[in-house]
Structures are given as structure tokens and as C-alpha cells.
Design a protein around this ligand. Sequence first.
Ligand SMILES: Cc1cc2nc3c(=O)[nH]c(=O)nc-3n(C[C@H](O)[C@H](O)[C@H](O)COP(=O)(O)OP(=O)(O)OC[C@H]3O[C@@H](n4cnc5c(N)ncnc54)[C@H](O)[C@@H]3O)c2cc1C
Length: 410
Amino acid sequence: MSALERIRKTFLVARLLAHGVQVFSAALRRAISTRFAALTALTASTPNTPPDPSKVKNIVVVGAAFAGYPAARILAASIPRDGRYRVVVIEPNSHFNFTWVMPRFCVVEGHEHKAFIPYTPAFFSQGPKDMVHWVRDRVTSVERGNVVLGSGAVLAYEYLIIATGSTSANGLPSRPGVESKEEGMELLKAMQARIKAATQIVVAGAGAVGVELVSDAKNQYPEKSITLVHSRPAVMHRFGPGLQKATMDALQALGVDVVLGERVVDRSETGGFIMLESGRKIECDCFKPASGLVANVAPNAITSSGHIRVKPTLEVDDAALPNVFVCGEVADTKDANPNSRTASRQAEVAADNVVLAVQGKKPSYTYKPAWGDGVIKLSLGLQNRLRTRASSLNDKIRYRKEQLTQQASR
Ligand SMILES: Cc1cc2nc3c(=O)[nH]c(=O)nc-3n(C[C@H](O)[C@H](O)[C@H](O)COP(=O)(O)OP(=O)(O)OC[C@H]3O[C@@H](n4cnc5c(N)ncnc54)[C@H](O)[C@@H]3O)c2cc1C
């Protein structure tokens, strides 16, 4: 590594550390002040007689993944326990879908059960019994003051947090798109079988999901022809040139055929395919933010990309929907690389603002995209993981050479 490279890496690590300290101290400050205020409210307003259950107000959280789940936990731990409010979480999935492992479990057999993590009510045990209600359903629309559920039930809310993330038109390798663990496992097994049976595999889209999928597949099945097609001039186009080059080198070392720079002339609005200038139509994962539930009541709050427009406090930026907060991938927060960290950081801001509102204060915590949240840990095959160290790339290339030598001598 050259001296310049070493200085650059040291600067990068220092910047990351500073970012970590900044995020941690902001979260700690917020957590201390909201929890302290909740305790104060508890001692000041504990009623002698329990409140009438029909008068308990709902704080509704829609979606319980990387954004909604932590938001619900913060609310359960922080809202005054005087019986005036309860938290209602609405989530259609039987299990938390752990997206990070989906590309790998599309290739590697026997681990698919690990992608679905049971929702555990015990996580909410800090609050009194009945403080958190879990409803397994889907919200079909949001009205001012109410949400409408798939079952037809209408639930009133005092405060609402929308954390519905995004959907993928083609399901796997991104998200299974089904609601039970059993169905999700079946889909993963079917994908593993398709990849195992294929001799030529073409994957569209060289973002993290496509890159991880092809490198695992090529690693597992070196004899198959695997092509990765990307409409941009470089793989991992949301990231810097260093990561792009390292990824490209590693893909080539593995033997993946990478086709770049075919211009996209059409993109299906509902997702599912892109049309290239050459006339080639490629199925792909086009993520669509799950913002449709506010389309009727606040159409102007939906941006051209399908996200929900928010203020820095993460309140919906539309007077038609007061007391409604948005966090995670569905929120228009201008993060360069939205991910689980940004979703959870936004959840903290949204939930802490609801806690302030419940205490009669103005929501004042704000969310700002941070450089350090864009960092990614990218796996490039089963043995390799891209770090910033050049030696790890050398390891990868050495590993690939060893593999080729072994094949040649078989
Ligand atoms: C394949 C893949 C790999 C990834 N790997 C990483 C990684 O390694 N590291 C990382 O940081 N990030 C990774 N990400 C990104 C990360 O998964 C997302 O940024 C994160 O899931 C966003 O969280 P979210 O809670 O906003 O939305 P989602 O995870 O999309 O969750 C939304 C939740 O809302 C529910 N929901 C949707 N609509 C409704 C409705 N109408 N009513 C009720 N509930 C509803 C859904 O069932 C779901 O549980 C990956 C993403 C993918 C697709």
C-alpha cells in the first residue's frame, strides 16, 4: 500500500469513528431526555382510577421491519404509562424478513429458515401489559385520524408512524413478497433449485443485491456461465470509484461476465423490467416505495420517485395528514444509500418526536442524512467480503486462481 493510500485509509477510518461517536451521542442525548420526560410525566399524572379503555388513544405503527420495529420499541419504552395511550403495531408478515441474507440463501441450500426471525412480544416487555397491541394485517389506506385495514376494520389514531419500506415487483432475490415463513422458505428453495439446474444465468442490475447473488452463484457453481448486466457505466453506481473498481476486479477474478453501459430507454412504472436501447428487455428488481396507502388523502405528499415527502422532523410534509410521521425506505429523506442503519436512525427520530408530541411539546428532533451511513460491507462470493484493505482483494484473486488450478487438475 502506498503512503498516500495509507493516509487516505487512516483519514477514512477516523471519519467513520467520528461519525459513529456523533450518531451515538445524538441518540443517547435524545434517549435520555425522552425517557426522563416520560418518567416525569408518569409521576405527575398517574391517575387514581384506571382510565376508561374506550378513551385510550392509539399510536399506530404501520410496518415492523428495520424502521417500524425499533420505532415501536422506543414508543413502548417511552410513552407515559398512565394508560392514556397504547401502541398498535400493524404488520402482515408472520416473521421479520432479514433482507441482508436473501441473495445468499437464494444460492446456498439448507439455511433458508434463518432468513425469517420470529417477532417476539417479549421485546416489548418494558411497558405494562396491554400497552402494545400487535395486529397481523395490512393497512390498505390512511385517512385523517384513521387507518383502514385489509380486514375492513377501521382503527383511529392520535399519532401514526408509517414504516412500510419498499416492495420489489419480482420478489426474490430481494424480498420474498409473501407473508408467512413457510411460503418464504419454499420460494428460497425454488430459487436455489433453479440456479442449481441452470447452465447459463443472467442477472440484471449490479447493485449490492445483484453483485452478491452472482458472486455467490459463481463461487458455488464455477462451471456455470454467469452474466451480470447493468445499465450504468460502472457496477455499484451509487458508490465511489474505489469500491466500483474493487468489485469489478473481484467479479472478473471469480469469472463473472459483466456487461455494462447499455442505456435504459424504458422502465416499467410498476417495476419488473427495463428496456435497453438495443431493444433488449431485462427483468429486474425495480424497488417501489410502499407509499400507496396515503395516495388518496395526500397525493401531493408522494414524490415522483414514489416516496412520501417529509419535513426534517419526519412529519409528512402535507397539511392533509397532521400527526403522521414517516421513517425508513418509504420516506423521502435524500439518503444516498438508504439501508437498515438509515431506517433505524429515522425510526428513532420519528418515535422520539411522537413522545414529545404526547407530552404536549412540539416535535423538534430532526433527521439529516449522514455520510457514514452510506458505508457498505459487500460480500463477493462465499469466502470473500470486500473490505477497504487492498490485501483482501489480493486474497480473493489468489483464491480464484487456486480454484482454477484445482479445476484444471481434476
Ligand atoms: C436483498 C437486500 C439486501 C440488503 N442488505 C442490506 C445490508 O446488508 N445492510 C443494510 O444496512 N441494508 C441492507 N438492505 C437494505 C435494507 O433491507 C432496507 O434499507 C431496510 O429493509 C428498510 O427498512 P424499512 O423498515 O424501511 O422497510 P422494509 O424492510 O421494506 O419493511 C417494511 C415493513 O412494512 C410492512 N408493510 C409494508 N406495507 C404495509 C402495509 N400496507 N401495512 C402494514 N405493513 C406493511 C412490510 O411487511 C415490512 O415488514 C438490503 C436490502 C435488500 C433488498
